[in-house]
Write a protein that binds this ligand. Structure first.
Ligand code: ADP
Ligand code: MG
Length: 271
């Protein structure tokens, strides 16, 4: 076995309360291989975002990591100092959040938002940044000449693709996508995830994809972990999670998606 790209080991995270602490993540372990899409599913409140924030060290009090390790290529993210963290974010781990399409600055042209990231993290000048911006926009099917437009001139789905393109511009090793498309309609969601899937095959990054929509997840992920109340209760290949769920909770999750657990999903696996 080669070393996994990301290895979460026995991660436990509490939210510290005045009287009692709340255990949001309870002894969770999983690996994400290089180039793999790993999905984390489970209903709202089960601890998915808490894990996502911890991976990029964006968690803040009252969240407290009690124990465990978050290893990226063998290096513990939890040991990084401020300086190391700055280059770690974006360059190694990029985050796409639920409200990502609204995370673009409305008063700046798209070009300027790419430039901001490319100058800060890679010291690019305007000309270099413009070339890289054109290349990245092409990757997500947006005409490069639209880089001088403002965010409001794009549809929600296009804005989301722009955010993804910015995230990928620094060649991160892994992209953490926390419910990246829930604000979009189902067709657009699917298109975007298919695009991300193609891009990771081409560019080789890994994805940690978080959603409560198991039906969508099973179509794009290689492996899936199912979370329940802070615990990872089952993990397996997407195919097995679909075809022979082991844990009662996973079965229950499937039962709540009757229309998705049908021929369409089976077709997705046949291809
Ligand atoms: P998910 O992303 O799966 O919906 P979260 O990781 O956001 O779940 O939250 C996990 C649990 O932690 C939830 O029960 C939530 O109420 C609790 N939680 C989240 N943020 C805080 C906070 N700042 N303070 C206290 N509890 C929190
Ligand atoms: Mg969440």
């Amino acid at each position: 076995m080669t070393q996994p790209l990301l290895s979460i080991k026995n991660l436990t995270i509490d939210y510290i309360g005045e009287n009692t602490d709340f255990r949001a993540v309870d002894n969770v372990s999983f690996d994400v291989a290089a180039g793999e899409i790993f999905g984390l599913a489970g209903e709202s409140g089960c601890g998915k975002s808490t894990i996502a924030f911890a991976i990029s060290r964006l968690h803040k009090p009252p969240a407290l990591i009690r124990s465990g390790q978050i290893l990226l290529e063998g290096r513990d993210v939890l040991d990084l100092d401020i300086q190391a963290l700055r280059s770690f974010r974006w360059r190694e781990v990029a985050m796409v959040f639920q409200s990502a399409m609204n995370s673009l600055n409305p008063v700046l042209r798209v070009e300027a938002q790419f430039y901001d990231v490319l100058r800060t993290h890679q010291g690019m000048n305007r000309k270099q940044a413009r070339e890289r911006t054109a290349e990245m926009l092409r990757l997500v099917d947006i005409q490069p000449d639209r880089m001088s437009d403002y965010p409001h001139q794009f549809s929600g789905g296009m804005r989301q693709r722009i955010v993804i393109a910015i995230c990928l511009a620094l060649n991160p090793k892994i992209v953490v996508m926390d419910e990246p498309t829930t604000a979009l309609d189902v067709v657009v969601q699917r298109e975007i995830l298919q695009r991300v899937n193609e891009l990771r095959k081409k560019l080789g990054f890994s994805v940690l994809f978080i959603t409560h929509d198991l039906g969508l997840m099973v179509q794009v992920c290689d492996r899936i972990g199912i979370m329940l109340e802070g615990k990872l209760v089952e993990q397996n290949t997407a195919q097995e999670i679909y075809a022979s769920p082991q844990h009662d909770y996973t079965k229950k999750l499937w039962a709540s998606f009757p229309s998705l657990h049908g021929s369409k999903t089976a077709e997705a696996f046949a291809s």
